[in-house]
Structure formats: C-alpha cells, structure tokens
Design a protein around this ligand. Structure first.
Ligand code: NCD
Length: 358
C-alpha cells in the first residue's frame, strides 16, 4: 500500500502523474463530481490548520465523497492517552484514507506502519509537509510552464519551515535546479537537508543574507513565516522575527515573470501591497492545493492494491539500546515506539522517525 509520509515516498514519475492529473482535474472539474461517491476521508489534525485541513475537506467533497475527523485532538480519545497508532488503526475501520497533521515528528510514519488504509502526512512538526510540496510543484508548473531548469530562492525560516524541507527534497528529482537560501544564521536550513539531499544528489545551492542581492536571478521566490511555535527560546524568536519583509520596492529588481510563492499563513513577511502584483501567486497556490489533493486522494486509492506502487525500499533500520534520539519533538520520545536508526551513505546515523542526527 502506498502512503505519503515524505516526498521521497513517491517516485518522480508518481509525482509527475499526480501533478498532471491535477491539471486534468482543473480542466475537467465536472467529470469528478461523483468520482469518489461513498468514499470517506478522515482528517486527524492534532495541530492548528486552516488551508490544509479545509482543502482536504473541500477536495474530498468536490469528488463527491465524505469527510470526518477532528481538528482538536482534545475532543478525541487522544485526551485519554490513546497512541497515534491505535487511533489510526481505529479510524481505518471507518474511512478509506486518513490525512494526519501532528506536532510530533514521525507521528504519521508511526500511523502508516499499522494502518489498513493510506496515511497522508499533512505536516509533522518541523519535519515534512509533502502535500504542500505537491501544491508548490503544481503552482510552479502552472505559473512558469515547467519545473526543470529554475532558480528558486527560499526566504525566511528555513530551519523550522517543514514546507521548505519537503520542497527541496522533491526538487532534487528535477533537472537544472539552482537553490538560493536566504535566511539569518539562526534560521538556516538543517544540515541533514544540505548533506543528505543537496550534496548527495548534486543539487546546487548557495546561502545569502538578503533578498536584494539575489532577487534578479530568481524564477521563484518562496517566502516563509518565522515559525514562532517551534522556537524553544523566545528571545531568539524576537531577534529574528522581522528579518525579511518583501515589498514592492524590493520587487523592482525581480524578473518580470518571477513567481512569488508562500505556503501561508503570512504574518508580516509579505506586505499587502505585493498582493496586487501579478507575480504574487500565493492565493492561486491555495486553490492549486485543493486540486492537487483531489488528484492525490484519487491516485492513492487507485494505487492501493497495485504492487507496482508500493512504498520504496528503505536502507536497513536497526535498533541500538545504546543510542537515543535527542529531538524532544520526535514521536519516539513521547510514545511507546521502538527507537530505530539508519546509517546514511556518508556514515551519519539518523533517527528513522525525525531524521535527526544521533
Ligand atoms: C504551512 C505549515 O503548516 O507548515 N502552512 C500550510 O500548511 N499551508 C506553513 C506555516 O505554518 O507557516
């Protein structure tokens, strides 16, 4: 069975198929009204969300299906101490597919290990957000006409921004991608993405400190919010919170067809005056999120019993009582799951659930 926990769970061909099917849905919406009649999706959201949860709901409704779930785990048996795995096993009796958002990294992965139905990771801590990645890829394709051969600047909180981590992983599969990382030192991209994704797969990247010095080179500018809720040190957050603000003045140096993306919500990193600029694609991006989730749900159900669409083979996982994952936000430090590790090609041992170095 196919789950979507991390963008690399899908081959490039599978990603392209989902993007293309999303475009087909956009052009033929009326054909999809009853496509998933009598099917059900559960949205299990243990963390706040507007766009992701509502776009899953709207996607399933537009396919003629139904949706159930919770958006506040305190109103479910989680409040009684039920584990993520037990919740997924239970809910799998009621629905055909589950979308889960969780503040603990690796929680959807744990659910996927026991679930009878496909699990979609709708965001786990600072770790991954693969359906936002599909949204971003569809948006880039629709705005620029192609995904290969682009220079994309990621600006803001590259440390905690899970959408950035997942999009970089997915882009590593495309040709001719140049990445520009724009952030202060406190919010730089985690090393594991730089070493295991960029360096290993030959993705070109450079790190800079201001938007102005690179804006003229970019085909896509991907803005992000500073992830206040993930900072352990409040002073540090206060220091960096207003690091980057995009306004019309800065845009004067940009290409006329550069696309501005943002997973949203925005706080103050894009001035409202920018919304009227034709290059501001972030609200079109929201709509693309619904179409790509329609496509994803259809494809996961289609691929469910097809052995040619199984999960990729992973490197060997091992348990070592002498090692501990030190990430306080990893599911393995909160629930009764066996700590598991894997060794990367460069010899670094990482936690299977959250990818942090151990
Ligand atoms: C993002 C998320 O939840 O990671 N939002 C989203 O899903 N559209 C980005 C964010 O919260 O900053």
């Amino acid at each position: 069975m196919k789950h979507l926990i991390d963008p690399t769970d899908f081959t490039k061909e599978e990603i392209d198929e989902i993007i293309e099917y999303g475009e087909y849905i956009i052009a033929n919406r009326e054909l999809f009204r009853d496509k998933l009649r009598y099917h059900k999706l559960a949205t299990l959201f243990y963390e706040p969300s507007t766009r992701t949860r509502l776009s899953f709901t709207s996607a399933m409704m537009e396919l003629g299906g139904n949706v159930l779930g919770f958006s506040d785990a305190r109103s479910s048996s989680v409040a009684k101490g039920e584990s993520v795995g037990d919740t997924a096993l239970t809910v799998g009796n009621f629905v055909d597919v589950i979308a889960m958002r969780h503040p603990l990294e690796g929680a959807p992965y744990v659910a996927s290990k026991v679930s009878k139905v496909p699990i979609i990771n709708a965001g786990d801590g600072s770790h991954a957000h693969p359906t936002q990645t599909l949204t971003d890829l569809l948006t880039i394709k629709r705005e620029l006409g192609h995904i290969d051969n682009i220079t994309i600047g990621f600006c803001g909180d590259l440390r905690f921004g899970r959408t950035v981590h997942s999009l970089i992983k997915a882009l590593s599969r495309y040709k001719g991608i140049d990445i520009v990382l724009i952030s202060p030192d406190e919010m730089r991209l985690p090393d594991y993405i730089k070493s295991d994704v960029c360096d290993k797969l030959g993705l070109r990247y450079k790190e800079v400190r201001s938007i102005e010095e690179v804006i003229g080179e970019l085909d896509v500018l991907y803005m992000t919010r500073v992830q206040k809720e993930r900072f352990l040190d409040e002073d540090e957050f206060e220091r960096v919170k207003d690091s980057f603000v995009l306004d019309c003045e800065k845009l004067k140096g940009a290409k006329p067809d550069m696309a501005i993306l943002h997973p949203l919500p925005r706080v103050n990193e894009i001035r409202q005056e920018v919304d009227a600029d034709p290059r501001a694609a972030y609200f079109r991006q929201v709509e693309n999120g619904k179409f790509v989730r329609m496509s994803l749900i259809c494809k996961l159900l289609e691929w469910k019993d097809d052995p040619s669409h199984s999960m990729p083979a992973h490197p060997e996982y091992f348990h070592d009582p002498g090692r501990h994952c030190r990430n306080t936000k990893c599911i393995c430090n909160h629930e009764n799951v066996t700590p598991l590790f894997h060794e990367t090609e460069s010899g670094i041992v990482r936690c299977v659930y959250c990818d942090s170095k151990v």
